[in-house]
Write a protein that binds this ligand. Structure first.
Ligand SMILES: [Zn+2]
Length: 626
């Protein structure tokens, strides 16, 4: 829950302000930074008026038990109750409360704010999500029709793959699948949590249906579903029937081949990759070069399963794969030679193969491990040109009949890499670590500063928008880094939107030595913000982990708030491989005192210094060989 919640600020909250906005340029003077605590929240004594920032009027509440509500009463001396519960008001009039979700029969928040004799009331309507069906002991309803699975999804599987049939129905019902005069009874309450169709359907079994004696399920082979069998639920004289999904079979003829990223108009662009995951709902784990041909072995909704080699299947977005004509020849990939080609900034390991191989790269201590799927390797010649020693040597093995593994031993820890396809060769470009002046570690380096959002982003109780709030931090960070000798490239210097995908591309094209993305955090519905707030830093690749730790240390030193630690997390700004990249969530914009802190130039200064000191400490440690 924590892992997921931390990323929410990135994509869930939309900007509430649409009109023109202005922002003050950062002051050249350095405000006093209260190290280790947040700046004081200033007193505001405006006319009493209640404005709720979240949830919106009429919005559906996604939480079951309790949820947060935040906004401002514009007066720090006010008292406030929400649905009769007293709520603390900050000196600037802002508040956040974590309260029981209103009764579905009366879906309202009723707010009463008072200062002296002045009282203001506000009734704020919301929508409460349907609670799950309660089964009566007799009569209908005794089946939750929304829980029937598989229904609706577009599925393709091998004939004997198990498909999980499930439904939530009264424990004393009779439940079975009927197909071709055969009845297959479902089992009551027997199974624990798990996906409904093999491993293939995302979110088919929401947690609320699991672990209950009202859950009925069983597995049946995919071939049963060719014509869509019927699910029956019966109790006494009542019978309900549901047509289940039809499943297409993928193993009846010759293999079907598909080309990844086939529709891409920018296939030659180094930055374009096709992402794949271990399951349809899983995180990105593979990044393939467009034009790679793979076998198609299944489909579930918007996801297509592809085979990388005899032992591994992964899932890609269906829109990322184009099917090849029937009888398309299977790709043949064999490596018979390699060449190691040095350049001033990097070393290329050039591996000629007839076709692009699906691949993965693992970062090790002083090595990169390159796996080439569907590939055989028997190099008779490996040429190390110009006697360069960044790549010390390459050890290869045929790990399986159709899988090659290369361990590339380096003379220093990996700093960055790129996987490319160039004129008939797979190329792994290994970046040289920068030469660092130990006394002035940032001198001569290029740092990309990414003030996060817009589009999207979170908004605080007084209406401060994340995208606006992090921009002055980024501009101040540019000043701090420039003063320490770095060249700074900004992904954004104005309030307007910059596409998420273009930000890592900016960093790669600038040959940045580090990418720092600046964000403020928020939570999804149903999480207690008083327990879950704090500072954290996200990273994706192992070579960015030390940078994440050092920035996190500085954030805690500056702000003195709860240390949520560092997180491996799959976010676009942490995914670049060419440089260490991190995404900082320095404060929670939804918390009134933290929102006030980032409004304050002292808080902006503290955030910028944490990033500058963190990245400087990272390169100082590199200079010292640590
Ligand atoms: Zn964000």
């Amino acid at each position: 829950m924590v892992g997921r919640s931390l990323a929410v600020g990135l994509f869930l909250w939309a900007a509430s302000a649409c009109g023109p906005r202005s922002i003050e340029a950062p002051s050249p003077a350095t405000p006093d930074v209260p190290l280790g605590r947040l700046p004081e929240v200033p007193l505001v004594e405006g006319p009493l008026a209640i404005r709720i920032q979240y949830p919106d009027s009429g919005a559906a509440i996604g939480a079951i038990d309790s949820n947060f509500i935040h906004g401002t009463v514009h007066n720090g001396r006010a008292t406030l109750t929400i649905n009769s519960a007293p709520v603390a008001v900050q000196p600037n009039g802002s508040f956040i409360a974590y309260l029981p979700v209103p009764d579905p029969m009366k879906p309202l928040y009723e707010l009463v704010a008072s200062v002296g004799a002045d009282t203001v009331r506000l009734t704020h309507p919301v929508r409460i999500a349907m609670r799950r069906t309660v089964f009566a002991a007799t009569g209908a309803p005794f089946v939750d029709s929304a829980s029937v699975s598989p229904r609706g999804a577009s599925l393709a599987l091998r004939s004997e793959e198990p498909v999980r049939v499930s439904v939530r129905a009264a424990a004393d019902a009779r439940v079975w699948v009927q197909w071709d005069k055969e009845q297959h009874p479902l089992v009551n309450g027997a199974t624990g949590p798990g996906p409904d169709v093999g491993d293939s359907v995302p979110d088919a079994a929401p947690a609320r249906y699991l672990g209950s004696s009202e859950r009925w399920s069983r597995d049946l082979p995919a071939r049963i579903f060719q014509r869509g069998p019927t699910l029956f639920v019966a109790r006494g004289v009542d019978t309900a029937r549901f047509r289940l999904a039809t499943v297409e079979l993928t193993d009846l003829g010759l293999p079907v081949w598909g080309m990844l990223g086939a529709d891409s108009s920018t296939m030659s662009d180094t930055d374009r990759v096709v992402v794949a995951r271990a399951g349809p709902a899983g995180g990105y784990a593979w990044f393939f070069i467009p034009g790679t041909v793979v076998e198609v072995t299944g489909r579930s909704g918007d996801f297509t399963r592809v085979r990388l080699d005899g032992a591994l299947e992964v899932w890609v977005n269906s829109e990322d794969i184009g099917l090849m004509p029937q009888g398309y020849p299977s790709p043949r990939r064999s490596v018979s030679s390699m060449q190691i080609v040095p350049a001033p900034g990097w070393v290329d390991i050039s591996i000629p193969t007839a076709e692009r191989p699906p691949h993965s790269v693992e970062v090790r201590d002083r090595a990169l491990v390159l796996t080439l799927y569907g590939t055989t390797i028997t190099p008779g010649l490996v040429r190390y040109l110009e006697n360069d020693t960044l790549v010390r040597n390459i050890v290869w093995e045929q790990e399986a009949t159709d899988r090659a593994r290369l361990t590339i031993h380096l003379s220093s820890p990996p700093f960055g890499y790129l996987a490319m396809w160039e004129r008939g060769s797979f190329v792994l470009r290994v970046r040289r670590p920068p030469v660092i002046d130990a006394g002035s570690p940032l001198r001569g380096l290029t740092i990309v500063v990414d003030p996060g959002h817009p589009p999207a982003g979170a908004t605080g109780p007084t209406g401060l928008y994340e995208g606006d709030a992090v921009l002055p931090v980024g501009l101040r960070l540019r000043e701090l880094l420039t003063a320490r000798g770095a060249t700074v490239v900004m992904t954004r210097t104005e309030l307007g939107p910059v596409a998420l995908e273009s930000r890592p591309v900016t960093a790669r094209r600038a040959d940045a030595h580090a990418l720092l993305s600046i964000h403020l955090n928020a939570l999804p519905d149903g999480v207690n913000p008083f327990r879950a707030n704090g500072a954290s830093v996200l990273f994706f690749h192992p070579h960015a982990e030390p940078l994440a730790r050092l920035v996190q240390r500085e954030l805690i030193r500056q702000f003195g708030i709860r240390d949520l630690g560092i997180h491996f997390q799959n976010v676009a700004l942490a995914r670049p491989t060419w440089m260490p990249a991190i995404l900082a969530e320095g404060l929670f914009i939804m918390m009134p005192e933290q929102e006030a802190a980032i409004r304050n130039p002292a808080g902006q200064e503290a955030y910028a210094r944490a990033l500058a000191d963190g990245v400087e400490a990272f390169f100082r440690a590199k200079a010292a060989g640590r």
